[in-house]
Design a protein around this ligand. Structure first.
Ligand SMILES: NC(=O)c1ccc[n+]([C@@H]2O[C@H](COP(=O)([O-])OP(=O)(O)OC[C@H]3O[C@@H](n4cnc5c(N)ncnc54)[C@H](OP(=O)(O)O)[C@@H]3O)[C@@H](O)[C@H]2O)c1
Length: 251
């Protein structure tokens, strides 16, 4: 497992770095940026999300429960945060989606590959490798601040996902300008919330795999938020001029 951990970690950081460079020039071809030329697609967008995300909570839980930290309350709290996010993302989010579009198989394959390595490494590091997840860590400012940041990000992410979902009637597929919540200041508060969540998790867990996942999330969602922002300005002449892409007042 140690060997898999070391190579897996290199894979996660490399994936994050390459991904961010590629996404600056080539938007990931799903949702509004879907376009021909990416090979066959999985026809049902909702089930594509379930297939991509469902392995993560399962592999995390397996490696966590088989680890020596599974008796530590601190490790259980981290496990609960991770599972709370993924039960939502893998099941509730896709099953409530409106007008879900097909997903290219190539993007599904890459996402599943990343997700499995990420789930194994985070489950194993929280479950076994992280020796500091004891009762002293429970009162450490990094743990407390990280859990708080995760909670803030989780709330922003859910609230923003719900605003987007409610823009459409059940079988509609078109786009409207979102308003309310953090959409007042930024185009992609759902991505902003997700980045805060994983930064918070990385702070609270204080492990390399958690940091790698936070880096990957930012490398994935910041370029996509900039692409979404540009797309809104091209599509809607009345798009709010003072709204930023992802960081209120900055970017
Ligand atoms: N951790 C990570 O690296 C990572 C990676 C990807 C996604 N995520 C998370 O997964 C969630 C979904 O990501 P996403 O990239 O699909 O987000 P998105 O592009 O904002 O879309 C979310 C959903 O809302 C719909 N939608 C978005 N804007 C709309 C508008 N103006 N009018 C009507 N409907 C609209 C989309 O429809 P269409 O699909 O038809 O556009 C989709 O069903 C987010 O919360 C994100 O944070 C995380």
């Amino acid at each position: 497992m140690e060997l898999f951990y070391h190579y897996g970690l290199i894979f996660l950081f490399l994936f994050a770095a390459i991904n961010s460079l590629v996404l600056i020039y080539i938007p990931a071809p799903y949702g509004r940026h879907a376009r021909p030329g990416w090979g066959p697609s999985f026809p049902n967008g909702k089930w594509a999300w379930v297939i991509i995300e469902a392995p993560v909570p399962l592999v995390f839980l397996y490696f966590f429960l088989h680890g020596r930290n599974a008796t530590e309350p601190t490790a259980w709290i981290l496990c609960a945060l991770f599972e709370a996010h993924y039960l939502y993302r893998a099941f509730l989010f896709p099953l409530r989606m409106r007008g879900a579009k097909p997903k290219p198989l190539i993007t599904m394959f890459l996402a599943i590959l990343f997700n499995i390595v990420n789930g194994v490494l985070n489950g194993w590091s929280v479950g076994t490798q992280a020796g500091h997840l004891n009762n002293t860590w429970l009162c450490d400012p990094r743990f407390l601040g990280g859990v708080l940041l995760f909670g803030i990000g989780y709330t922003i992410n859910h609230h923003s996902d719900a605003i987007l979902r409610n823009l459409r009637a059940p079988h509609e597929t078109g786009y409207k300008i979102p308003h309310g919540g953090l959409f007042r200041w930024i185009t992609c508060p759902n991505y902003f919330g997700e980045i805060l969540e994983w930064l918070g998790f990385a702070l609270a867990a204080w492990t390399w795999p958690a940091l790698a996942f936070a880096a990957f999330t930012a490398s994935n969602l910041i370029p996509r938020a900039i692409t979404h922002h540009r797309w809104y300005h091209e599509k809607f002449s009345d798009y709010p001029k003072d709204r930023k892409a992802i960081l209120p007042g900055i970017l």
